[in-house]
Design a protein around this ligand. Structure first.
Ligand code: AMP
Ligand code: MG
Length: 320
C-alpha cells in the first residue's frame, strides 16, 4: 500500500515492520536498526547478499554518536557542510550496532537524508533506520513510489514522498588513516567534495570483496540489454534489433530508418539527467525493447556519476 500518513509510517516502524521511505537520492527499504529480524528481512526482500552492509539514516549530526565512535574531525567538517544531503560517511561502528546492519564490518555507513517527510519521520522515532535502496539486488533503484511498488507490491508499505529530487544514490566516503576516500560516486559531485577537502582518491571498483555494492562491476541494470557508447550513429549502423530505445546526452539523432527508435532524455543538463536517469531506465525497460543504447556523458559534474551507473548497467552485455 502507498501511504501518506506519517503516523501510520511511524507506527509501522515502531512495530518493527519494514517500510519504504522517500529520500532525495532514491527510495529506501527501511527498518529499525535495533531489531535484527527487521534488518534480516531487508536482505531477504532485496535478495541482497549478506556481505553487503546497509546505510544507517539518522535525523541530524547530533545523532552521530549513537552509531559511530572515533569520528575524525574531517568527517564532522563534511557532515556540517553536506548534511542533510547525499553524502554517506563510513565510520568506526559503536558496539551497539548489530553486525547484521554492517555485514560483519567494524564500520558503519551513515547519513542524514535531505527529505522533509523522512526527516520528520526520523525525528519522531527513537531509533535510526537502516535503508538500502528499495530494489531487488542489482536492479535499477526506485526514484518514485510507483517504481518501488512495481518491485515489492503489497509486501511492504511505501511512504509517498514524490519524485526523488536528485535521483542517484549518495556519494560514499570512508577514511583510511584519517584521509577521506570515495567508495561510491553519487549525487554529491566530486567537484563539491574536492572544493572542501582537496584532491580525493576514488576506490570504487572491487568485485570480489566490495566495500560497497555500488563497487560491483554489474549493478543498476535494467532487464533489457543496455549498451553504452560515445558514438550513437556508428553504434546504430549495424544493429539488427528492431526496437531500440536511445538514451541520449547530446546527439541530435535524425536518422529515422530503423523501424522503432524511442528517444528519451535528450538534454544537456547533467543535474536534470541524473534526476531522470533511473526513471528513464524504468520507462525504457517497461517498453519491451530489444536493446537500449545510452550515450556517454561528458565527465564533468554529475556526468561522471551518470557514466559510472551506465557503465555498470551495461557490464557483461553480449551483443548478438
Ligand atoms: P544501497 O543503499 O542499496 O545503494 O546500498 C548501501 C551502500 O552503502 C552500499 O553500497 C553499501 O555497501 C554501502 N555501505 C554500507 N555500509 C558500509 C560500510 N561499513 N563500509 C562501506 N560501505 C558501506
Ligand atoms: Mg542499491
Amino acid at each position: 500500500m502507498i501511504v501518506t500518513d506519517l503516523e501510520h509510517a511511524k507506527r509501522a516502524l515502531e512495530d518493527d515492520k519494514n517500510l519504504i521511505i522517500p529520500t532525495e537520492t532514491v527510495y529506501g527499504l527501511a527498518g529499525n536498526i535495533y531489531n535484527d529480524e527487521t534488518i534480516n528481512n531487508i536482505y531477504r526482500l532485496k535478495q541482497r547478499p549478506s556481505n553487503n552492509p546497509l546505510i544507517v539514516h539518522i535525523s541530524s549530526t547530533d545523532a552521530l554518536g549513537q552509531v559511530a565512535i572515533d569520528i575524525p574531525d574531517i568527517a564532522y567538517t563534511l557532515a556540517e557542510k553536506f548534511w542533510p544531503g547525499a553524502l554517506t560517511l563510513v565510520l568506526k561502528k559503536k558496539d551497539s550496532i548489530s553486525n547484521i546492519v554492517t555485514a560483519g564490518k567494524a564500520t558503519v555507513a551513515v547519513r542524514v537524508p535531505n527529505h522533509n517527510t523522512s526527516l520528520s519521520l526520523l525525528k519522531s522515532l527513537e531509533f535510526p533506520l537502516a535503508a538500502p535502496s528499495a530494489n531487488p539486488f542489482g536492479k535499477v533503484s526506485p526514484t518514485s513510489a510507483a517504481h518501488a511498488y512495481r518491485y515489492f507490491g503489497e509486501k511492504v508499505d511505501i511512504l509517498e514522498g514524490g519524485k526523488c529530487a536528485l535521483g542517484i544514490e549518495s556519494t560514499i566516503i570512508g577514511f583510511e588513516e584519517g584521509t577521506p576516500v570515495i567508495y561510491r560516486l553519487g549525487s554529491l559531485s566530486l567537484e563539491e567534495i574536492e572544493f572542501q577537502v582537496g584532491n580525493i582518491n576514488i576506490k570504487n571498483y572491487d568485485n570480489s570483496s566490495p566495500i560497497a555494492p555500488g563497487m560491483m562491476l554489474k549493478h543498476y541494470a535494467p532487464t533489457t540489454p543496455l549498451l553504452l557508447t560515445d558514438n550513437i550513429p556508428e553504434t546504430l549502423k549495424n544493429k539488427s534489433a528492431k526496437r531500440i530505445g536511445l538514451l541520449l546526452s547530446q546527439t541530435e539523432y535524425t536518422d529515422r530508418e530503423k523501424s522503432t527508435i524511442i528517444i528519451i532524455n535528450n538534454k544537456s543538463n547533467s543535474l536534470l539527467a541524473a534526476k531522470n536517469l533511473y526513471s528513464d531506465l524504468h520507462h525504457l525497460d517497461s517498453l519491451n525493447l530489444d536493446l537500449i543504447i545510452a550515450e556517454k556523458w561528458d565527465e564533468n559534474g554529475l556526468g561522471k556519476v551518470i557514466n559510472d551507473r551506465l557503465t555498470r548497467a551495461s557490464y557483461n552485455f553480449q551483443e548478438n
